[in-house]
Design a binder for this molecule. Structure first.
Ligand SMILES: Nc1ncnc2c1ncn2[C@@H]1O[C@H](COP(=O)(O)OP(=O)(O)OP(=O)(O)O)[C@@H](O)[C@H]1O
Ligand SMILES: [Mg+2]
Length: 465
């Protein structure tokens, strides 16, 4: 094989990334050594794509993702699914009017389902003996429970079922301790799920009787557990308070709880891309984030890295949502909120749209957290918004004229936007105070509230010019 590879002018690393095999496996094959049979699974070239399973009556399969011998990945809708009245596309970037999509549309979508955290990708690649740079090969192993209603199935596993294993609070606590020891250890044996993001997390299923359980194989998980960012004291609690306060202001936001699992605390987020059917089974709801919908790679999720701007997202919503103006306004309110609470991570992967037959709408907010309780370190940009507000990103530097410019960019009424900034700036400090008191979080309250008060008050003063 070495000769063939050299003939094709590929290094071992390049062949690994293209084929999906790990470099270690290529070295083993080239040296003539025996290698694990599971590596062969990565050689398969096609993955069935299922959306909503069979529940919408659109047929078993939505289409197929294929990787050719040059490592080029494409997606093709099944003609059957389309003629059967398919009304939910895989992505806004891949409308169902066209049959086949090139890598420029499908690969950002696939990458968008995988962790943004390189250590986690590397750990998964080692575990499944594939290349960490090949999204197709990673999803062949973990794509059974993703964000939204999509599932990826290998031919030999089409009938792989699901199932849950009950977990006590002590079991969840142990898993959290394990994750603290090994922040890349998102998966445990039997897990086949994937989620985006850089922070430590794992999924759980809550049974209809309230019992926590692990979701195995293709079982849909119902909750996301986040222990918080290490090095940022009480970060999970702070995220919970930031989300709850958004809800108190009337923003649509994912439900969160700050749970004590036998002495180990974590944020537990209810997934809005899952709902319970009448028979108590869990049904997936399709969603995608703004990078996926705009065919932008996750590494460009921040505007500062060339990623989507607020104006690009507003345009996408106006053109595609079933209630374009309503959703642009919902998104605008979220931008205002993220600015006023000093949340630096509201990038394009932290906004999503959901798709149901005949319906596309912005989802509730998720992953919203103030960074005001933490000192900006220069490198981490915690003192800047992810998306610019009329040309400004630094918290405390947005004036009336910048909000007016944002209004023009988003094609909304500037007076309405100014009113919303004033309203939220008045309501945020008391909402945070209430939520912090409810959680008895006096230490976090002391670090956070004075800065929150200051940013909100300063923003109102700066509306004048
Ligand atoms: N409540 C929810 N319902 C459905 N999907 C969700 C929910 N919360 C998060 N997700 C999905 O899970 C992904 C990861 O979650 P989240 O954004 O909270 O992680 P993170 O690691 O903190 O992200 P980041 O890297 O942006 O900090 C999201 O990009 C989104 O696709
Ligand atoms: Mg996120």
């Amino acid at each position: 094989m070495r000769g063939a590879r050299k003939g094709a002018r590929l290094t071992q690393a390049e062949l690994a990334a293209r084929s999906g095999l790990s470099r270690a496996t290529i070295i083993k094959i080239e040296s003539g050594a025996r290698f694990d049979i599971s590596s062969l699974f990565a050689l398969m070239r096609a993955l069935d794509v299922r959306l909503y399973g069979e529940r919408l009556g659109v047929g078993e399969r939505l289409g197929v993702v294929e990787q050719d011998m040059r490592g080029r990945v494409s997606f093709t809708y099944d003609a059957d699914a389309m003629s059967g009245g398919l009304r939910v596309p895989l992505s806004i970037a891949m409308p169902s009017g066209t049959l086949t999509y090139a890598p420029s549309a499908i690969v950002p979508f696939l990458e968008g389902l995988l962790p943004d955290n390189e250590d986690v990708r590397d750990a998964w690649a080692r575990c499944f003996e594939v290349s960490s740079r090949n999204a197709f090969a990673l999803l062949a192993n973990v794509g059974r429970d993703c964000a939204g209603a999509v599932e990826f199935l290998r031919e030999e596993e089409l009938d792989l079922g699901g199932g849950t294993t009950p977990l006590s609070d002590a079991d969840v606590a142990e898993r959290l301790r394990e994750l603290a020891r090994d922040p890349a250890g998102w998966l445990v044996s039997g897990d086949r799920w994937s989620l985006a993001g850089a922070q430590s997390k794992f999924t759980l299923a809550r049974r209809s009787d309230g019992q926590w359980a692990g979701a195995l194989g293709s079982e849909p998980s119902t909750h996301i557990v986040k222990p918080g960012i290490s090095g940022y004291r009480d970060q999970a609690l702070n995220e919970h308070v930031s989300m709850r306060s958004a809800g108190a202001l009337g923003l649509r936001v994912a439900k969160t709880e700050y749970v004590d699992f036998n002495g180990v605390h974590a944020l537990v987020v209810t997934r809005f891309d899952r709902r319970r059917a009448r028979d108590h089974s869990v049904v997936r709801v399709h969603q995608e984030d703004m990078c996926q919908a705009l065919a932008v790679y996750p590494r460009r999720k921040y505007e500062a890295c060339g990623g989507p701007t607020a104006a690009a997202i507003a345009r996408l919503l106006r053109d595609n949502s079933t209630d374009g103006e309503g959703d642009v306004w919902e998104f605008t309110r979220a931008l205002v909120y993220n600015y006023l609470i000093g949340a630096p991570d509201a990038h394009a992967k932290n906004y999503s749209v959901m798709h149901a037959p005949g319906l596309t709408r912005i989802t509730p907010l998720y992953d919203v957290a103030s960074a005001l309780a933490y000192d900006a370190t220069g490198e981490s940009e915690t003192d800047q918004a992810a998306m610019s507000i009329g040309g400004r990103r630094q918290f405390g530097t947005v004036h009336g004229r910048h909000w007016d410019r944002l209004a023009r960019q988003l094609k909304i009424d500037p007076g309405r936007l100014r009113d919303e900034v004033r309203r939220q700036a008045g309501a945020i400090p008391p909402a945070f105070a209430d939520e912090l008191d409810l959680e008895n979080a006096s230490e976090l309250r002391d670090r956070l509230l004075p800065k929150l008060d200051h940013l909100c008050a300063a923003t109102v003063t700066q509306l004048r010019d």
